[in-house]
Design a protein around this ligand. Structure first.
Ligand SMILES: *[C@@H]1O[C@H](CO)[C@@H](O)[C@H](O)[C@H]1NC(C)=O
Ligand SMILES: *[C@@H]1O[C@H](CO)[C@@H](O)[C@H](O)[C@H]1NC(C)=O
Ligand SMILES: *[C@@H]1O[C@H](CO)[C@@H](O)[C@H](O)[C@H]1NC(C)=O
Ligand SMILES: *[C@@H]1O[C@H](CO)[C@@H](O)[C@H](O)[C@H]1NC(C)=O
Length: 363
């Protein structure tokens, strides 16, 4: 009997000890994470205040506590304290340091292009992206390229730049899987060499833009509140391509490259507009975001981290139906896909002559 009582007592004792140890572990763990959290918040708040001087955005904290909202959102703060996982250690080989200096720049146009696409660039220069298209409005245009493998191509780029002074180039290889690097380079250029630009239009070299409509839209935006504006043709709920044999295998990504089952909302990169106040924050965020070669989704990820929601605008057209049929009235930008000189130049002529009834808002 006493033996049995003793063993029961022993068990109770052991159980009590276990509970005690458990309690101590839980308490100290919670205390630890509490302290860590406080510490993190102080640090990131300071970092935020010193590095990202952006107006407070639509980032209402979950608790709705105004004091916390004033920190301009945890997203920004966490961002600036994140480690650099995607360094961008490239420098400009071709640059336009003076292009925007001491000028009133309303719109900066950045056209991403391949080093060898001289003809496309010429067509764009003499049509929709001519800097003097709209009287009284400061427009600046640059073409963004990486390094070609062929030194002869580089030689012609240098010459072309000598004639037009509108090429920006960093020393990374111009390759499909480096397209996100090209987008990052554009952001870097925008806040470093053209911080005075109000808006940045980012397009590819197979895109036709209706500068009159675009300008009308942007002026309207400016009169409203344009901080943190991102607008284009927006995809929501897009899924990464997981099948290496899919027709879209060009965008095939492994779980390692991108583990989530959906992409955040993003603007199709053929053409979108951002207000230049976010270029720097976007660039800095790209450095702390794991590199993803799917360019538009990568930029979407950076925007998501910053709590910026791209706005869909129907004027960004994925095809050229309207411009072919002279209906320019709602077109801000149209993806032509296959660019032949005749297309770009005729479309421009049509916009300025035959379709003049549609050419609203020309100044
Ligand atoms: C402008 O928009 C931002 C973000 O949406 C907002 O926080 C800010 O209060 C707005 N400012 C004005 C003057 O409406
Ligand atoms: C741009 O437009 C101006 C004014 O219409 C014109 O003089 C100039 O030649 C154009 N530039 C190009 C490259 O076509
Ligand atoms: C991207 O550019 C870097 C720097 O030039 C180069 O090392 C890398 O191979 C390029 N990536 C691809 C996929 O070509
Ligand atoms: C303008 O219209 C005329 C007559 O319809 C046509 O022959 C011409 O090709 C058109 N020009 C352009 C640039 O579309």
């Amino acid at each position: 009997m006493p033996l049995r009582i003793g063993s029961v007592r022993g068990k109770i004792h052991a159980l009590f000890n276990c509970l005690l140890v458990g309690c101590i572990i839980t308490i100290s763990y919670q205390l630890h994470s509490l302290l860590q959290k406080c510490d993190k918040e102080t640090v990131s708040r300071n970092l935020f205040n010193s590095r990202l001087k952006l107006p407070p955005g639509p980032l209402i904290s979950k608790s709705g506590d105004p004091q916390r909202s004033k920190l301009s959102g945890e997203t920004w703060a966490q961002q600036s304290s994140s480690p650099v996982v995607n360094p961008h250690p490239y420098h400009f080989v071709l640059n336009q340091e003076e292009k925007c200096k001491n000028q009133d720049v309303f719109l900066l146009i950045i056209v991403t292009t391949s080093p060898k696409n001289y003809i496309q660039r010429q067509d764009i220069r003499r049509t929709w992206a001519n800097e003097s298209n709209i009287r009284g409005v400061g427009i600046k245009r640059v073409f963004a390229v990486g390094m070609p493998e062929d030194p002869d191509v580089q030689q012609s780029l240098v010459q072309e730049n000598g004639a037009h002074g509108d090429i920006i180039q960093e020393n990374f290889l111009d390759a499909y899987r480096n397209l996100s690097r090209k987008a990052i380079m554009g952001l870097k250029w925008a806040f470093t060499y053209c911080p005075n630009a109000r808006f940045v239009l980012k397009t590819d070299d197979d895109v036709f833009v209706n500068p009159y409509r675009l300008m009308y839209y942007l002026r309207d935006q400016q009169s409203k509140n344009t901080s943190k504006l991102v607008t284009g043709w927006v995809y929501t709920g897009g899924k990464p391509v997981r099948d290496p044999n899919s027709p879209w295998k060009k965008w095939f990504v492994t779980m390692d490259e991108y583990p989530r089952d959906k992409y955040p909302s993003y603007a199709d990169g053929f053409a979108y507009v951002v207000s230049n106040d976010i270029s720097k924050a976007l660039y800095e965020t790209s450095l702390t975001t794991k590199y993803l070669f799917v360019r538009d989704a990568f930029i979407g990820l950076c925007m998501e981290k910053l709590g910026i929601h791209p706005r869909h605008h129907d004027g960004f057209r994925l095809n050229d139906e309207e411009v072919k049929s002279c209906s320019f009235d709602r077109v801000l930008a149209a993806h032509l896909h296959v660019v032949e000189t005749v297309d770009m130049v005729n479309t421009w002529r049509a916009l300025n002559s035959n379709c003049s009834a549609m050419r609203t808002h020309k100044t």
